[in-house]
Design a protein around this ligand. Structure first.
Ligand code: B16
Ligand code: MG
Length: 223
């Protein structure tokens, strides 16, 4: 049995722009310069760590209470954007792959750093595709630690060497590799150079390739 594990932000939906709007809003309020380029460093990173980085950028030291208030403020702002999401925000050809795997009864899991993963999947109508959801509320160690994917494999009842991970963040590729899973990067080949394979997006992935993955013996060693 093979298992397929998908990251959420940047793989299934493009929520990075909403994270950016919400972080930018908070950064403006705090007088910290924050660009879309800065937001790249927040991809795959936990909410708490993102705020720590933002405050480091602004050389600000704050009390735990203030830190928690800003963390909540950013999330409330982000949730406003999420509340308006619908199926049109699923990234191109993602349903093609999910439907194919579903038709073959291949177990699928979500492995995301986001604590908002479940409501996002509900909003875009994809929650029922996943046999397991491992999100930011379920892990204690962030990517590149393999914990999120190892929990997912365990819940799917598939050995890690028989799992395939789709990821857009380098930390996520590192986590998949550390878990001995086949890592498929979605994005720029230069950024995701440690992945076993890289595709710009799912439109570049054909179903013959997915079929091959469902039959792989175990993660092939890199030459
Ligand atoms: P939340 P992923 C990650 O999701 C995002 O890439 C990252 O930008 C975000 O900070 C993190 O989730 C936490 O999200 O504030 O919703 O808990 O890419 O691991 O699916
Ligand atoms: Mg991601």
């Amino acid at each position: 049995m093979r298992g397929f594990i998908f990251d959420l932000d940047g793989v299934i939906v493009d929520t990075a722009k909403y994270h950016y709007f919400a972080w930018k809003h908070l950064a403006d309020e705090l007088g910290i310069s924050f660009t879309e380029k800065d937001n790249e460093n927040f991809k795959g990173v936990s909410r708490k760590r993102c705020l720590e980085i933002l405050l480091e950028m602004g050389n600000k030291e704050v009390s735990t209470e203030q830190f928690d208030r800003w963390l909540a403020e950013k999330n409330e702002d982000y949730l406003q954007y999420i509340s308006k999401m619908n199926a049109s925000e699923i990234l191109p050809d993602v349903p093609k792959v999910l439907n194919y795997l579903k038709s073959k009864n291949i177990p699928m899991a979500l492995g995301s750093a986001s604590k908002n993963a479940r409501p996002i999947l509900e909003k875009v109508g994809l929650l029922s595709y996943f046999d397991a959801i491992v999100d930011g509320t379920a892990v204690t160690r962030a990517k590149p630690d393999p914990e999120v994917f190892l929990i997912a494999a365990d819940l799917l009842n598939v050995v890690p060497e028989h799992c395939v991970v789709f990821e857009d963040a380098l930390a996520g590729i590192e986590a998949a590799n550390a878990a001995c899973m086949l890592s498929i990067g979605i994005g720029e080949a230069e950024v995701l150079s440690e992945a076993d394979r890289v595709f710009r997006d799912f439109t570049e992935i054909d179903l013959d390739f997915i079929e091959q993955l469902t039959q792989m013996e175990h993660k092939p060693r890199k030459s």
